[in-house]
Design a protein around this ligand. Structure first.
Ligand code: ADP
Ligand code: MG
Length: 345
C-alpha cells in the first residue's frame, strides 16, 4: 500500500475481532481458541491451525461489471466477497480460521468513507458470524475489484473432495436452487417477479449463506462435495469428471428444489416446468452444496442436515456411464450438457 492507504486500512479494516471462539456452529473436536497469532500490520499474518488439522485455502475474485453492478449495495458486496469464499470451505467440510482481502479501489471510492464503512461492515458481519478473522490484504488504486482468500482447517484426510463419488451413491443438494438466477433475470428484465418474491430472491443473489455447518457435519459421511457457484449441471459435472463417473437426476426432484414461490402453484410468479428445470440446472450463484453419499448413509445424511438446520433433497444417483442424464416423469432418459457458466465461453 502507498501512503494514505494506511489510514484507510486502519480506519476500515483493522479492528479487534468482535467474536469469541468457539462459537455455536459445530466445530472440529480439536478446534483451538485462537488460531490467529498475528493479524494486520506486519509483513505476514501468522496462523496456528490445531494439531492434526490440514489447512484448507481458497481464493475468489469479484470484478465490477462481471460479478456485480456498479451501483451494488456496498454492504452486500462485502458480504458476498467473503460468502463465496466461505462457501468453498463449506464444500470441503472445513472450519473457517481467517481471511485476507485484496482490494482495488477507484479514487472516488477510496475517498468515500460511508461506502468503505458499509463494505467493511458487510464483510465483518459475516466474518464474525463464522469466527473468521480478517488478518491481512492489499489495497491499491484501480477498477473496483475484491479478492478474498480464506484459510480454514479440516482434520487430516477428512476434507470433502470432488473425486470421491462412487457408482451407486445418491446425489444430494442442500436448500433450494434457482433463486439467484430468478433475481438476476428480473433485474435484467428477462421476466418480472412480484415485489416480495424479488426481495427474497435478491437476498439470495446478493447475500448468499455459505453452508458451513452442513459441510462440517458431512465429514466422514459424504463421499464427495462441491458448492454451487456456476450451476448444478456444471458443478456436479466437476464431481463426475473428477470421480470418473456419471449421474442420472430425476426431473421431478430437481424441479422441486427450485424455491417454492416460483412454482405455478405458489404465491409468486408462475414459471413453466421447463424454465424451472433450466433455472435449477444452470442458474449459478446459489452457494448450496451438491454432494454424494452411499444409500446406507441416508439416515446419517438426514441427521447431519438436521444437526446443521439445513434442508437436503436427494435428486439422483451416481452411475458408471459417464455424463449427466435427466429422467422425466415417464421414465424417459435424456442427456444433459454438464456445462458450467464459463467466463470465456
Ligand atoms: P506490504 O507492503 O508489506 O505488502 P501493505 O503496506 O500492503 O503491506 O499493508 C500493510 C498491512 O495492512 C499488511 O498487514 C496488510 O496485510 C494489511 N492490509 C492491506 N490492505 C488490506 C485490506 N484491504 N484489508 C485488510 N488488511 C489489509
Ligand atoms: Mg502489500
Amino acid at each position: 500500500a502507498a501512503m494514505g492507504e494506511f489510514e484507510l486500512i486502519d480506519r476500515h479494516f483493522k479492528r479487534k475481532p468482535a467474536f469469541a471462539r468457539p462459537q455455536t456452529a459445530p466445530k472440529a473436536t480439536n478446534s483451538i481458541a485462537q488460531p490467529v497469532v498475528l493479524g494486520i500490520g506486519d509483513d505476514c499474518a501468522l496462523l496456528q491451525p490445531a494439531p492434526g488439522m490440514q489447512l484448507a485455502i481458497s481464493t475468489d475474485m469479484l470484478v465490477q461489471g462481471r460479478h456485480f453492478f456498479a451501483d451494488v449495495d456496498p454492504a452486500a458486496l462485502g458480504h458476498k466477497a467473503l460468502a463465496v469464499n466461505l462457501s468453498d470451505l463449506a464444500a470441503c467440510g472445513a472450519e473457517p480460521l481467517a481471511c485476507t482481502l485484496a482490494l482495488a479501489l477507484p479514487p472516488e471510492r477510496a475517498r468515500d468513507d460511508a461506502w468503505l464503512a458499509a463494505l467493511a461492515g458487510g464483510l465483518f458481519a459475516l466474518a464474525d458470524a463464522h469466527a473468521c478473522s480478517l488478518v491481512g490484504g492489499d489495497t491499491t488504486a484501480g477498477p473496483l475489484n475484491l479478492c478474498v482468500t480464506v484459510f480454514g482447517q479440516v482434520p487430516a484426510g477428512q476434507a470433502l473432495r470432488r473425486d470421491g463419488a462412487r457408482v451407486g451413491d445418491d446425489v444430494w443438494v442442500s436448500g433450494t436452487l434457482g433463486d439467484a438466477r430468478l433475481a438476476l433475470g428480473a433485474l435484467r428484465g428477462e421476466w418480472t417477479l412480484p415485489p416480495e418474491r424479488l426481495a427474497a430472491a435478491r437476498q439470495r443473489l446478493e447475500r448468499p449463506s455459505p453452508r458451513l455447518a452442513l459441510g462440517m457435519a458431512l465429514r466422514g459421511i459424504a463421499t464427495s462435495a462441491a458448492d454451487l457457484s456456476d450451476g448444478l449441471a456444471g458443478d456436479l459435472g466437476h464431481i463426475l469428471k473428477a470421480s470418473a463417473v456419471g449421474a442420472s437426476l430425476t426431473a421431478e426432484e430437481t424441479t422441486k428444489i427450485v424455491a417454492a414461490g416460483a412454482h405455478p402453484s405458489g404465491a409468486g410468479a408462475p414459471f413453466d416446468a421447463e424454465t424451472l428445470l433450466r433455472v435449477a440446472l444452470t442458474g449459478g450463484d446459489d452457494y448450496e452444496l451438491v454432494f454424494t453419499a452411499p444409500p446406507e448413509a441416508r439416515a446419517a445424511v438426514r441427521a447431519a442436515a438436521r444437526a446443521s438446520a439445513t434442508p437436503v433433497t436427494r435428486i439422483g444417483r451416481i452411475e458408471a456411464e459417464p455424463g449427466l442424464r435427466l429422467i422425466d416423469a415417464d421414465g424417459r432418459v435424456s442427456p444433459l450438457a454438464a456445462r458450467a457458466f464459463d467466463h470465456f465461453g
